[in-house]
Design a protein. Structure first.
Length: 198
């Protein structure tokens, strides 16, 4: 029985090695053919050191400038907040992509999809109302922010953060403040009192 197992394993490793060899040869052949196609494309294009500058389409560039101005105008009318900051970032990215397009450093096919994508995302951020971070007090003491929280059965840091700060992303701040009591953030015994960040 051991000879049969040895022969089977030996045959298996020979087949496995041959398949690895064939795949390596196929990859090498693919790399060589890609290099040949690249060289052929460069040869057909002429001198590979010179890039052909295609002037941007003035109609599309004007449309991008008009869209950018419209989003900037809407941006100036919206109040600040997280969404406003994201929209400002996207508008700046669109402006930084539009400038090389006008100067002729980028082609239409490279720049215009990026510009219109940035502006569409900025419009999406500006369309929704801003969501300021609210901390609702849990105690009845004249609107004072709660300084501690008693863990109930089934509570998680994620749920506590969502409940107290209206965002689940403050769970890490709560855990860092109570790291001595909670060495493993997933295990919280009920009845434990947690300190809360301000």
């Amino acid at each position: 029985m051991s000879r049969l197992a040895f022969v089977i394993f030996f045959f298996f490793f020979i087949v496995l090695g041959y398949m690895a060899y064939l795949s390596q040869m196929a990859l090498e052949e693919s790399r060589i053919s890609q290099e040949q196609l690249k060289n052929l494309a460069l040869k057909l294009a002429g001198d590979s050191t010179k890039s052909v500058a295609v002037p941007p389409d003035p109609g599309m560039t004007a449309l991008a400038q008009k869209e950018l101005a419209a989003v900037e105008q809407k941006l100036s009318k919206t109040p600040g907040g997280d969404r406003h900051g994201a929209a400002v970032f996207l508008v700046n990215r669109a402006r930084l992509t539009l400038e090389p397009l006008i100067a002729g450093g980028l082609s239409d096919s490279e720049a215009l999809p990026k510009i219109f994508g940035y502006l569409a995302a900025a419009r999406t951020y500006l369309a929704a109302p801003p969501e300021p971070l609210k901390v609702e007090p849990q105690s009845k003491d004249q609107g004072l922010i709660q300084k501690s929280y008693r863990v109930n059965r089934g509570d998680t840091l994620w749920a506590i953060s969502k409940k107290l700060y209206n965002t689940p992303w403050r769970w890490h701040d709560i855990w860092k403040l109570n790291e001595a009591k909670l060495p493993v953030y997933k295990r919280m015994p009920s009845g434990l009192t947690l300190k809360l960040p301000g």
